[in-house]
Design a protein around this ligand. Structure first.
Ligand code: C2E
Ligand code: MG
Ligand code: MG
Length: 558
């Protein structure tokens, strides 16, 4: 080949098609063989450096001889240098054959050839880098959630999901390990632990890091036991002078894919929900997916994640259940009870209060409810209606808030509601320290002009001693005392004593859950003259309760 032909060839190489040829046959340089011959090229070498400082020290981590003739002229070469996206530096050097030196024209052509090779090399590195960065997390270099998604969607497309299990695991006490041996060592250990787990696995089996100390493994069913053994606890040996052994273990949730899942992400969700059960209930470190348990966790997650938005969108509404004086059948008050209005569905508190009670979310809800009650009371007064005292429920969680009482006062005062119209309903406490704080709060509330009622009285263990010490204004006798069809003698004796004791201590009593005339008779007999229950009304919407305010006499209703 003569120089002119090489010019044409180089031109071709610049064209996309030619570059693809070179790109794919880079290893054997098929496309460039003619050029190598004609230009008397003796050697082509790639040097790759981790970064510029490695380049300055001349410490390449890869030296890749791409072409080597029989001999070459070491003293004459053309070099191109580029920095690829990962930060690596790539140098490409082309040497002439031994005893040969290029003339100017040849040197220029060698330069052009070099430029093409370097460009293509960078392009390969760029592609590799993009692929790596897309499918790996940056900190430790594990596969990431994109990779997991790609893998599982491929397995699902091949209709082979049913051959695999998903293990979602959360490393135990990784922050403790971090502080024990230092972050850098802990990172090394996590990588080693990862390597142990993936040893012997074959694609598409994989280990992916979802973030922090959460990982997901895709594994064939028959590998699950072995993996769980490692995950259940493995001693990792360290550099003896620094740390000797550290035990790595994880909380695991395992889901055997059935292949009938709508989407592979369902499998991950189930495994994750199972892991949360393993983590949050102290039975075992491993939980295999079980539909009923997982439904609870999923529901909890749903409620927690929707809560904030629901408060903003005012989805929680107050229902009012009337309280009636049994001596004259007149309305004497109401209890505000929360409902979650989710468009078509009205959710009752038993479905969300216990979940919110697990965090301080319940406190936000209680204050929101207090505000709603204040607004409603204000609107009734504005309309010229005679308001009644409304009780609102407050979780025991508030006792941990040092400003609990003043927070309540601020809301009530802001809406200019007379404090005597608000009754604070609190349930019994269980611990000694809670009792001290409860006493303090009740005293402060009473001093500020609020009435305080003890809800569900009689179901706790400390009932009797508690009302001796805490200055409640009212005792709400739990509905379990009167709700059974035939009330037991024991219940009746208890109820009689509660009513007498409350009387002696200057507290009023009210019975909740009253459903029958017989129950009313019984309450009258023992001297409890206040009641709340379905016999009068279920919890009513604000509008329906307004009608009761307009017509507060229950005798006229039959
Ligand atoms: P609670 O405070 O003891 O409220 C009384 C519950 O008994 C209400 O249930 C009410 O609808 C129900 N009930 C009333 N009369 C009868 C009856 O004659 N028969 C029967 N079987 N049940 C009756 P609800 O509204 O489902 O509330 C359940 C619990 O949820 C409440 O018990 C209270 O502990 C909690 N709760 C409701 N709203 C709130 C709130 O805003 N904050 C907090 N912290 N808890 C709330
Ligand atoms: Mg209540
Ligand atoms: Mg109650």
């Amino acid at each position: 080949m003569d120089i002119d032909k090489i010019k044409v060839k180089l031109h071709d190489l610049f064209c996309e098609e030619a570059s693809i040829v070179l790109y794919e046959s880079d290893k054997d340089n098929i496309a460039s063989a003619d050029i190598i011959d004609t230009l008397n090229i003796g050697r082509i070498v790639f040097f790759e450096y981790k970064d510029m400082s490695a380049e300055l020290r001349d410490e390449p981590f890869i030296v890749n001889v791409r072409y080597e003739g029989e001999n070459y002229n070491e003293d004459d070469y053309v070099m191109n240098r580029s920095v690829v996206p990962s930060g690596n530096v790539v140098r490409v050097c082309i040497f002439p054959v031994e005893g040969y030196s290029w003339n100017d024209e040849e040197r220029q052509l060698v330069g052009e050839f070099l430029l093409i090779i370097s460009t293509l090399k960078s392009r390969i590195r760029m592609k590799e880098f993009i692929e790596y960065a897309t499918f790996h997390e940056r900190e430790l270099g594990f596969y990431n959630s994109f990779y997991l998604g790609k893998t599982l969607s491929m397995v699902q497309k091949l209709d082979r999901l049913s051959e695999y299990s998903i293990i979602f695991f959360n490393l135990v006490n990784i922050s403790g390990i971090n502080s024990m041996i230092g972050r850098a060592e802990a990172d090394i250990m996590m990588r080693r632990f990862g390597a142990m787990l993936t040893e012997g696995l074959e694609q598409p089996e994989c280990l992916c890091r979802m973030g922090g100390d959460n990982f997901v493994m895709v594994a064939r069913h028959e590998h699950v036991d072995t993996l769980l053994k490692i995950l259940n606890g493995t001693d990792m040996n360290g550099d003896a002078s620094f740390w000797e052994t550290i035990r790595m273990s994880a909380y695991c949730g395992v889901y055997h894919c059935s292949g009938h899942e709508k989407s592979f992400s369902e499998c991950i969700d189930y495994a994750q929900a199972s892991m949360l059960i393993a983590k949050n209930t102290n039975h075992a470190n491993v939980q295999f997916y079980d539909e009923s348990m997982v439904r609870i966790v999923t529901n909890t997650k749903k409620i927690e994640s929707r809560f904030k938005d629901a408060i903003i969108k005012k989805e929680f509404v107050a229902y009012y259940q009337p309280k009636v004086n049994l001596e004259n059948n007149m309305l004497i008050g109401a209890e505000a009870l929360c409902r979650w209005n989710r468009g078509k569905k009205l959710i009752t508190p038993d479905q969300f209060i216990p979940v919110l009670e697990k965090s301080n979310r319940i406190c936000s809800l209680d204050f929101y409810m207090l505000e709603t009650v204040c607004k409603d009371l204000a609107s009734w007064m504005d309309k010229g209606k005679t308001p009644v005292r409304v009780s609102t429920n407050f979780s025991r969680k508030h006792l941990g808030n040092p400003n609990f009482v003043s927070d309540v006062i601020n809301i009530v005062d802001e809406y200019r509601i007379p404090r005597s119209l608000i009754v604070i309903e609190l349930t019994e406490t269980t611990t000694e320290s809670d009792l001290i704080r409860l006493t303090e709060c009740v005293q402060e509330f009473r001093k500020a002009g609020f009435d305080v009622s003890v809800d569900d009285f009689g179901v706790g263990y400390s009932s009797m001693s508690m009302i001796k010490d805490v200055p409640f204004s009212e005792i709400k006798i739990d509905r379990s005392f009167i709700s059974s069809d035939s009330i037991s003698d024991r219940d009746m004796i208890m109820m009689k004593h509660i009513i007498t004791l409350a009387d002696d201590l200057g507290m009023t009593t009210i019975a909740e859950g009253v459903e029958t005339k017989e129950q009313i008779e019984l309450l009258r007999k023992y001297g409890c003259y206040r009641a709340q229950g379905y016999i009068f009304d279920k919890p009513l919407t604000k509008e329906d309760f307004e009608k009761v305010l307009d017509n507060p006499d229950y005798s006229s209703r039959g």
